[in-house]
Ligand binder design. Structure first.
Ligand code: PMV
Length: 330
C-alpha cells in the first residue's frame, strides 16, 4: 500500500492578468490531497472518495426563515473524472494495467480554486505508479498530471499541476503557449488565512467575461491588467526581501483591481474587508473569483474569526516546500 500527498496552492498576485501575458506568483500550501493506493487481485478500479464531500457546504437562513443547505456535489463528481483520467494515463505510461483500490481525502475545499483537481491528478498518478513498484521523474509526473487537466477540462494552465508536483513558490512567466516557472525563495515565513465561500461562477466564464470587457473597453481594461503585472513584480521583490507590510499593501491594491475587473463578489469583498479590519496586513481574492477563496496575510486568530463571522470558512496555511511526496510505502 502506498500513500502519496500533494499540496494545494494559492495565487499571491497576478490572476487574470496572467492570461494577458503578465506574470503571476503562486505558492504551494501545507494543505494536502492524500491518495492511498493498494493493488487488487482483479482488474477493477475502486475509488473511495468519501471525504471529498466535506467541502463547500453552506447553511443559511433565508428571508422566510427556511434553512437552506447548499453543497458542491458537482465539484465532487468532477474530482472523480480527474482520478479516472489519471489512472488511465498512468496505465498507459507504464503500459501495465492492474486493478487498484484508491482512497482519496482532501484537507481543502474541492473546486474552490486551491488546485485540488491538480493535486488529485498528481497524487493519483504517483500513488498508482509507486504501488506497482515503479518510479517516475517529477518532471514527467507534472507533465502527465497537466495532461489529465487538459483532457478533463479541454484546456488548462500548467500552474496548478506544477505547484502540486514541486511545491514552493513559483513566478509564472507566460511565454507563448507555455509558461516558464521560476522558483522564488521567500525572505520570511508567509502566514496565510484562507477564507472560502461556495463558487457562483466557473473559471472559464470569468476569464471569458474579462475578455469581453477587454475587447469592448480595451483602453480602460489594459492599464488595469498592466498594473496587476507591476504589482506581481513588486510583490515578488517584497516576498524575497521578507517585507510582509509591502506584500500586504500590494495585495490590497491587487484586490481592488480584480474587483474593478468584475471578478469579485459581495461575499468575497466582505471576507477581504473583515480580514483587514481584524488586523491582516493585506487581503485579496485568490484564483479566478466569482466566490471561492480569498487570502489574508496574517496568522491572527481574530482574522480567522472575522472571516467566519461574515459567513466564510477559514483555513490556516503556510508554505509547502516538498510538493508531492510518498507518505508511506509498505
Ligand atoms: O482559480 P484558479 O486557481 O484556477 O486560477 C485561475 C487563474 C486565472 O488567471 C483566472 C486563469 C488562468 O488560467 O490563469
Amino acid at each position: 500500500m502506498v500513500v502519496v500527498r500533494a499540496p494545494g496552492k494559492v495565487i499571491l498576485y497576478g490572476e487574470h492578468a496572467v492570461v494577458y501575458g503578465e506574470p503571476a506568483l503562486a505558492m504551494a500550501i501545507n494543505r494536502y490531497v492524500y491518495v492511498m493506493a493498494k493493488a487488487r487481485n482483479d482488474n477493477k478500479v475502486n475509488i473511495n472518495a468519501r471525504d471529498l464531500r466535506l467541502a463547500g457546504v453552506s447553511v443559511t437562513i433565508n428571508e422566510d426563515g427556511d434553512i437552506v443547505a447548499r453543497t458542491d456535489y458537482g465539484a465532487v463528481i468532477s474530482a472523480l473524472s480527474y482520478v479516472k483520467r489519471a489512472v488511465e494515463l498512468a496505465t498507459e505510461y507504464l503500459d501495465k494495467r492492474v486493478g487498484i483500490d484508491l482512497e482519496i481525502r482532501s484537507e481543502m475545499p474541492v473546486g474552490a480554486g486551491l488546485g485540488t483537481s491538480a493535486a488529485v491528478a498528481v497524487a493519483t498518478i504517483y500513488a498508482y505508479i509507486k504501488e506497482l513498484g515503479y518510479d517516475i521523474d517529477k518532471r514527467e509526473l507534472a507533465r502527465l498530471a497537466w495532461q489529465v487537466e487538459k483532457d478533463v477540462q479541454g484546456s488548462a494552465s500548467p500552474t496548478d499541476t506544477t505547484m502540486a508536483t514541486f511545491g514552493g513558490i513559483m513566478y509564472v512567466k507566460p511565454e507563448g503557449n507555455n509558461a516558464a516557472m521560476e522558483p522564488v525563495k521567500p525572505g520570511t515565513s508567509i502566514p496565510l488565512i484562507i477564507g472560502y465561500v461556495p463558487r457562483v461562477s466557473t473559471t472559464k466564464d470569468l476569464v471569458a467575461m474579462v475578455r469581453k470587457k477587454y475587447e469592448t473597453m480595451r483602453d480602460v481594461i489594459e492599464p488595469i491588467i498592466r498594473s496587476i503585472g507591476l504589482i506581481t513584480r513588486k510583490g515578488r521583490e517584497a516576498l524575497e526581501k521578507g517585507d510582509l507590510e509591502l506584500m500586504g499593501a500590494l495585495m490590497n491594491i491587487n484586490h481592488g483591481l480584480l474587483d474593478a475587473l468584475g471578478v469579485s463578489t459581495r461575499q468575497l469583498n466582505e471576507m477581504v474587508y473583515a480580514a483587514r479590519n481584524a488586523g491582516a496586513l493585506g487581503s485579496k481574492l485568490t484564483g479566478a473569483g466569482g466566490g471561492g477563496c480569498m487570502i489574508a496575510l496574517s496568522d491572527r486568530v481574530e482574522v480567522e474569526k472575522a472571516v467566519e463571522l461574515v459567513g466564510g470558512s477559514a483555513l490556516r496555511a503556510r508554505l509547502d516546500i516538498n510538493g508531492a511526496i510518498i507518505e508511506s510505502d509498505d
